[in-house]
Design a protein around this ligand. Structure first.
Ligand SMILES: [Zn+2]
Ligand SMILES: [Zn+2]
Length: 252
């Protein structure tokens, strides 16, 4: 992940021939520097949008222009992107659960439960390995489990520590929104979900994503998720995303 937090999200997936972003919530400059410093080249083939919240689309028009690439998303989400666009972008509508081919990558989107018009996660398959991204979700539905348990690696939300949120200074309505079914996953939910999907399928690596600036700490997220995985005796590689700099790469 080039960056992930409640203030800006951008994941990058690269196969032999293809490099794509999921979301464009950081500046084009940071996106470019993140890509090149990680040795991922200077080209992007497509941007896939998960949902229309600004921490995922903030710099979308500038990023699409800089990389001269199309923007993919479902119809309802594309219809909400206008505030982030320049008007010259190529928008490509994709249906959820329908596989599309982009050079050597098969891309599939699936529904997630979150308070946006039609939020989704994505999986990417190069014929050998599958990677998934789901950064904003209030619950881990059957559909999420079905798609992500088939992945080798995922970017997966660990948004908040339940105690920190509870004792923090957010107003109650916001706390209720975050913990509700259309909100965000706690560290504990995230750990339980990863353990379940690892047991169900072949998931082996995760980057913890979308950590709250206010209601989480990286060490706490990592410790809580690792504790859940150890409880089930699962051998699993957990990494952290960062607000201001790229996470380590997972190579499959
Ligand atoms: Zn969101
Ligand atoms: Zn978000």
């Amino acid at each position: 992940m080039l960056a992930s937090s409640s203030s800006g999200n951008c994941s990058v997936i690269q196969s032999g021939q293809t490099t794509v972003l999921v979301d464009a919530g950081i500046s084009a400059r940071r996106t470019f520097i993140g890509l090149t410093s990680a040795g991922l080249g200077e080209q992007i083939d497509a941007i896939f949008i998960s949902h229309e919240h600004s921490d995922h689309c903030k710099d979308l028009g500038v990023v699409a222009k800089r990389f001269q690439c199309p923007i993919y998303g479902n119809e309802a989400t594309l219809g909400k992107l206008e505030p982030f666009l320049k008007g010259t972008e190529t928008l490509i509508n994709i249906e959820k659960r329908k596989v599309i081919q982009l050079k050597d990558l098969e891309v599939t989107s699936f529904s997630v439960s979150h308070d946006a018009v039609d939020p989704c996660g994505y999986t990417f398959f190069d014929g050998q390995h599958r990677a998934g991204v789901a950064t904003d979700l209030g619950i881990i539905s059957e559909e999420v489990q079905d798609h992500l348990s088939q992945c080798d690696a995922v970017s997966f939300e660990a948004n908040h520590d339940v105690d920190m949120l509870e004792k923090g200074r957010y107003p109650q309505y916001l706390k209720d929104r975050i913990t509700g079914p259309l909100g965000h996953l706690s560290n504990h939910d995230s750990g339980q979900g990863l353990a379940l999907m690892a047991m169900k399928g072949q998931l082996k690596h995760a980057i913890l994503a979308h950590l709250s600036d206010q209601n989480n700490r990286p060490d706490l997220a990592l410790k809580t998720v690792q504790h859940c995985l150890r409880t089930y005796n699962i051998d699993f590689n957990v990494l952290l995303s960062h607000k201001s700099n790229p996470s380590p790469l997972i190579e499959l």
